[in-house]
Design a protein around this ligand. Sequence first.
Ligand code: FES
Length: 101
Amino acid sequence: MIALTFEAPDGTRVDAKAEPGETLLQVGQRAGQPLEGTCGGQMACATCHVLIDPGFLDRLPDPSAEEEDMLDLVPDATRCSRLACQIVMTERLADMVVRLP
Ligand code: FES
């Protein structure tokens, strides 16, 4: 199991556990986080937008062109923005903090 933490905009933190190979969206939804994931991971909705701990950005594969295009449409996107449906959990992401916008 991979431990990680979700942080709400008000600073409230929720600890979660992930299996390798799950998407961050699946983990967040199981942990009760408000990630709708309306399009089911098709990169068509951006309701799974999250902000990744800057120290972990380098541990993630670069976003695809499709993910970049979708993030360009998110008004509150930052350089730490990713789509949770596109992030596959690995041991390298243990102890990551994921902020909700
Ligand atoms: S679930 Fe729709 S873009 Fe991630």
